[in-house]
Design a protein around this ligand. Sequence first.
Ligand code: RNT
Ligand code: ZN
Length: 425
Amino acid sequence: MVPSFSEKQIQTSYEIAREMYALYGVDTENVLQKMENIPISMHCWQGDDVRGLEMQASGLGGDGIQATGNYPGLPRNGDELRQDIHQAMSLIPGKLRLNLHAFYCETDGQSVDRNALQTRHFSRWIEWAKKEQIGLDFNGTFFSHPKVKNGLTLSSPDPVIRAFWIEHGKIVRHIAADMARELGSRSIVDLWIPDGIKDLPADRWLYREHLKNSLNEIFKEKIDPQLMLDAVEAKLFGIGSEAYVVGSHEFYLAYAAQNKIALCLDAGHFHPTEQVSDKISSVLTFIDEILLHVTRGIRWDSDHVVNFDDQTRDLFLEIVRGDALNRVNIALDFFDASINRIAAWVIGTRSTQKALLYALLEPTHLLQQYELDGDFTARLALMEDLKTMPFGAVYDYYCLKTGKIPGNAWMNEIRQYESVVLSQR
Ligand code: RNT
Ligand code: ZN
């Protein structure tokens, strides 16, 4: 058994931490209240290695999305996937949403293609979300499908292919709006397509022109912004699109700014030496809202489980320092099939929250004052010392306060679930 901290230990350490942060003018109680109201959209696709529930989606490949590993206990249907998500959510404090992909439709054995999906094919998810009291976000699924032709969808030179995917893109927005209506919570629809070329393209222009026109078609119909927010997600490269990605960062940055929609920044979709955190203030100077795909790339867009690491911490520091939390929507995007899939969700989500909490506990006002005063020594000295402040005690207390297991003892629940549920599959 993993040892559990006692309530007394957590409360005592929290009291000390509270007093220490107060010395810097930070009110931890206030911060924890904020934490509870900042939603994180947990992605359904960590649960089944991005397989989806669609009948023709037998597996993945060839389009840049690939989960590796074969940990036992894979859910065999929507009910089992929901059961796993519920289990993960029960171990995570704070407000959560669920991020669904269109190929998690449930069509009762009937084959329904992606240009014919309807809201009723997601009714089980919607009913479940009502029960869990969470909102749903949504994604068109433009991969793992025979109509991805030569690695292209919305940017394909073939008008039949483009039309198919345009239809899918339109449908998905309507389904998302229906979800929002049912659940009383705005849905974000992220559009990511795998379109790209493996080796040196002879024409980089044609596909971008097609993509722009396809997007214009998809977004032509205005849908109540209270119900739905459109976001577009760029990528640097993928497996099979090493030389050229149609929807590059510049492409979507410009598209989002021009069309007043949101931009999705996936932390794994840039050069490894680029700082995604540094982009936030530039993007939000021109664009109203951002969607974040919090993830961890190792060497490339490898979608490893999020850690409380420098990159993630800097991301949230930047958002908090700019007082931009109300313009940034936090979603997760990782998939690891080599470890317990439920634990992966818990680790990644809790690590994201730790980064958020760390940022909220920063006495930003002091650092910014030092900077304005030209006292860069004091700025650096405080930044460094803040790193070893007892923020972990505050996170443990946050778990306790919200009725979740603090420390690492939640792993005992994972082991239990593994032996009672997963091992029976
Ligand atoms: C792929 C993108 C995209 C997907 C999900 C499944 O590189 O990051 O967000 O991971 O749509
Ligand atoms: Zn992503």
